[in-house]
Design a binder for this molecule. Structure first.
Ligand code: PMP
Ligand code: GLU
Length: 395
């Protein structure tokens, strides 16, 4: 059968592709260290899992309201107020099957064919593809490596063109870990208002920062709430990737449109997962804090180990659970191609060291790879030792 042009031009998700390959190798009995997909290795906390089990036992196994149960929407409202000081009404929030679907709903609700959307780079792999699926045109906004990849209003000004209608902001950033600086947010919000842009603020790593500066939500600035859709979810902060619950908060007419889109495509996210997510979002901060402290220790371990491998330059992540590693300084080759190309390096590390990393190309930059430190300390040490060994001999 002939595929649609849409399907033909769609690139597969490189993070999921790495994970598929990893699972295939592990199923064959290979001992691969995964620094690939961004997924906490922790179990979902038991009180959250119990809430899901209770939901099954209690018969919460039917369709719910498309936008989520009243209980989950109330939990989302309470969470946004507690974690970010943001006030939303229940009809200004909705639940989806992961932050990924929330993001896609938002783009479908806001992007007309041909509309350009600014995407600061390095960017999370799915943004440009989702913009294209929605009929829009992704416009990359390079950020400055020397400035730690912090987005500045000058970056946005340089990339701006008259057909730009929106901006996707991801802070803390996947893959660099950069957190939007409080000092930059005012100028960025003025820019968005001057050009009448919508903003999608992907705050999925909002609770996972390691420095003194919290990640400010653009929605909290004057004049921004009415043009911003916040996207968040429970996957990362509560170790609930497989439960598939994300959420969005924004102007009521946008959230209603997102609900109509979801109603005609997938209906409600899993009723059982909604019950578990409500328990997660209602829990006190100790749940997230315990995991954040573990991630902080792993970040230190990863940075220390990477610092000892010549030719690699690890960017200090302020948040999320990734290290962005610039590899332009590597001089070796693999299969006649330079290791300073992230695609080549990722293949080399998987073949020769049994370490999975994600090549930078999917994030918009070839001379880099991304390593996830959402792994146990032992596996991080093992993976670093393997990398060090193969790179010392070939770099
Ligand atoms: N946004 C970013 C920046 C992410 O890294 C991820 C990772 N999955 C998502 C959105 C989607 O998360 P979810 O699992 O909730 O769909
Ligand atoms: N967001 C995670 C990552 O970047 C999970 C995979 C995905 O959804 O892309 O690895």
């Amino acid at each position: 059968m002939d595929l649609s042009a849409r399907a033909r031009q769609l690139a597969p998700s490189p993070t999921l592709a790495i994970d598929r390959e990893l699972k295939r190798l592990v199923a064959q009995g290979e001992d691969v260290v995964s620094f690939g997909i961004g997924e906490p290795d922790f179990e979902t906390p038991s009180f959250i899992a119990e809430a899901g089990i209770e939901a099954i036992r209690g018969g919460a196994t039917r369709y719910t309201a498309v936008e989520g149960t009243p209980r989950l929407r109330a939990a989302i409202v309470a969470y946004l107020e507690r974690a970010e000081g943001l006030r939303y009404d229940p009809d200004e929030v909705m639940a989806s099957a992961g932050a990924k679907q929330a993001l896609y709903n938002a783009l479908l609700a806001l992007v007309n064919p041909g509309d350009a959307v600014l995407i600061p780079a390095p960017y999370w792999v799915s943004y440009p593809e989702q913009v294209r699926l929605a009929g829009g045109v992704p416009v990359t906004v390079p950020t400055d490596p020397a400035g730690g990849y912090h987005l500045s209003v000058d970056d946005l000004r340089r990339a701006y063109r008259p057909d730009v209608r929106g901006l996707i902001i991801n802070s803390p950033n996947n893959p660099t870990g950069a957190v939007l600086r409080a000092a930059d947010t005012r100028a960025i919000s003025d820019f968005c208002q001057r050009h009448d842009l919508f903003v999608i603020a992907d705050e999925i790593y909002q609770r996972l920062t390691y420095g003194s500066e919290p990640s400010p939500s653009l929605a909290s600035l004057p004049g921004m709430r009415e043009r911003t859709v916040i996207v968040n979810g429970v996957s990362k902060s509560y170790a609930m990737t497989g439960w598939r619950i994300g959420f969005a908060a924004g102007p009521p007419e946008v959230v209603a449109a997102m609900g109509r889109i979801q109603g005609q495509t997938t209906s409600n996210p899993s009723s059982v997962s909604q019950a578990a997510a409500a328990a997660a979002l209602r829990s006190d901060d100790r749940t997230v804090e315990a995991m954040r402290l573990r991630f902080a220790a792993r970040r230190a371990l990863m940075l220390e180990g990477l610092g000892r491998i010549p030719g690699l330059h690890a960017v200090w992540p302020e948040g999320a659970f990734y290290v962005w590693v610039e590899v332009g300084g590597l001089s070796g080759q693999y299969d006649g191609r330079p290791l300073s190309d992230g695609d080549v390096l990722a293949r080399f590390l998987l073949d020769k060291a049994q370490v999975a990393v994600v090549p930078g190309s999917g994030f918009g930059t070839r001379a880099a790879v991304r390593l996830s430190f959402a792994q146990s300390e032992e596996r991080i040490e093992e993976g670093l030792a393997r990398m060090s060994k193969v790179l010392q001999t070939s770099a």
